[in-house]
Design a protein around this ligand. Structure first.
Ligand SMILES: [Zn+2]
Length: 147
């Protein structure tokens, strides 16, 4: 699936992703319910919440849907199916469903592992505070007030 079709997803990323690898299969189950299931995989770059630098990670979503309309509603489905709304032509638009699944699979907070994070690396490499900052004790002001 071309990543350019997934604009909402792209807006959440640090940089545009590659195209999404999608596998889908369509069938009818033993209750005669039409369904489809599949998975979507893409490697994305998110902005690290600590250092702001890009953080690469794989995102995978697995899903299983059955189409619904006015006659067959979500309440008629066994709970292991998500409901995929059919449009007025009786079609299910797959791109937005897969895009939703990928967005839900993104981590709420993206952060490098501490040893990989630019902030921690800076702290170790350039960790020497200027002498002034080192000497200033935040409680110094309080001590003066006491006097
Ligand atoms: Zn980071």
């Amino acid at each position: 699936m071309p990543s350019s079709n997934l604009k909402r997803l792209q807006e959440m990323l640090f940089s545009p992703s590659d195209d999404v690898e999608v596998t889908l299969s369509f069938d009818r189950d033993e209750q005669n319910i039409v369904y489809f299931r599949g998975n979507a995989k893409v490697s994305v770059e998110l902005g690290c919440q600590r250092c702001g630098e890009p953080l690469k990670m794989p995102v995978t979503a697995e899903f299983q849907y059955a189409p619904v309309n006015q006659k067959v509603t979500a309440e008629d489905l066994p709970e292991y199916y998500d409901a995929a709304e059919m449009n007025e032509l009786g079609e299910v638009l797959l791109h937005p469903i897969i895009e939703d699944e990928l967005i839900l699979a993104l981590p709420l907070v993206a952060m490098h592992a501490e040893e990989d994070c630019a902030i921690d690396r800076n702290a170790m490499t350039f960790g020497d505070l200027p002498p002034e900052a080192e000497k200033k004790n935040p409680f110094a002001v309080l001590q003066q007030l006491k006097k």
